[in-house]
Design a protein around this ligand. Sequence first.
Ligand SMILES: Cc1cc2nc3c(=O)[nH]c(=O)nc-3n(C[C@H](O)[C@H](O)[C@H](O)COP(=O)(O)OP(=O)(O)OC[C@H]3O[C@@H](n4cnc5c(N)ncnc54)[C@H](O)[C@@H]3O)c2cc1C
Length: 434
Amino acid sequence: MIIAATVNEQLKHVDSDEPRILIVGAGIAGITLAQLLRGRGMHPTLIDRSADSGRMIGDNRAGYMLALMPMVDPIIEELECREAYLEASVGIDRYIAHAHTGKVLRQDHLGDLLADFGDYRGISRSALLDVLTGSDCPIAFGTTVTGLSGDGATVTLAREGQGGQKKGHGREQVLDFDAVVIADGMNSHTRRLVTRELAAIATSDSDGTAVAGSGTPSPVSTVDTTWGGWVCWAEADDDQGAVDEIWGDGFFLGIYPVKGAVGVFLGCPDTRQPLGPRRFAAEVRSRLTMLTPRIDACLTAVEEAEAPFFWPLRDSRAHRWRHGRAALLGDAAAGFLPTAGIGAGMAMESAGVLADELSSLTTGPGAFAALERFEARQRPRVEAAHDNSRSLARLMFGRSRLFAFGRDQAFRFISIRTALKPILHLLESPPKRV
Ligand SMILES: Cc1cc2nc3c(=O)[nH]c(=O)nc-3n(C[C@H](O)[C@H](O)[C@H](O)COP(=O)(O)OP(=O)(O)OC[C@H]3O[C@@H](n4cnc5c(N)ncnc54)[C@H](O)[C@@H]3O)c2cc1C
């Protein structure tokens, strides 16, 4: 359960010999890390810019669906929330690939493929946050970082005033932390602060490592697919164990079950966005020669949804995760395209590795080495998954019918095992946890 607690209220529990750790962003990564550290007897300070738990939705995306790969299982175990997780989610056992016409091309038993590694489950983001927060998760709401100075340990925190006061009108305080974890999502504002400020201060950190920004063209790279898509919910149906995807010619339809509902993603090139969800869904319907009841219901859900969220399909990748005593985590480190369905899974896995590194931290400069080890262990894994999602995007988002036709033919022979090979490789060799 989420409990509102100001920064000062959270800091009261930190003993004088305990390191002070600030976690910026109470999304999937930030909450996972905070709860893991709290479970190990530490007292990290967790902040989020949202005004309250009801609005803790990360760019208005609270309600979307997630398919979680087995790499989250060790985290779920450590947080002792497996029962709640199973209760709040559905098992996904089949992946149904459709041709651009809607015809079923193949069905793969994804659940069986992943069973050796653990569960593959569908859950809504809000249900997952509920599960992860357990009985007690203090968060300082309406709080952001407006400055990070020196080696990233001196932080200016701004608290938005109540009643919708504008930025700069709230209260500010300057505090020292031993480590700062930046987990404020794909479009991280705090990441911009750290890369800009530290680059301006020096060409090397106190431990002699070159700082990103000095001689580095851009600390973050982005792939823009020039596609996006509307996200909404449809009614649960009688096939909650199956994911359906249509890789179309100028559209993409993904159908992902969660407990009590089906998440729908209808993708289109950016240039078609002005058409709006209703007209675009109607256009897709008219182009499909095969319309299953489920696809029909999901297109109707898009047509009838009230102002569904449009998700731009752009990713981001920070080339360095550690900057002084600050480190990037989750989407702030590597924001994923949805194509491999693994952003949240990798965010949780990374939080587990970072928790291992931080749980032996003492006060003082130990964070430099701990965060450096975290980056060395986890960045290559996350980048492998990130590469996989970028490769899949090149195949998924095509406009021409000829391309879609050729891809449909290839799909008859290429299994989901082949498409997810790099991810399976990661699952075969999980990070060694403490
Ligand atoms: C529609 C959709 C479908 C997806 N499907 C899947 C899937 O099937 N499987 C999967 O594994 N992943 C999926 N993902 C990706 C997954 O949701 C992300 O990878 C994951 O949420 C990353 O977690 P995070 O904590 O880094 O960021 P977020 O969960 O986005 O959390 C960021 C948090 O930071 C807060 N914040 C933002 N700015 C500030 C600030 N300046 N100061 C303080 N706090 C701030 C926000 O309020 C938010 O609470 C999907 C994403 C979307 C949008």
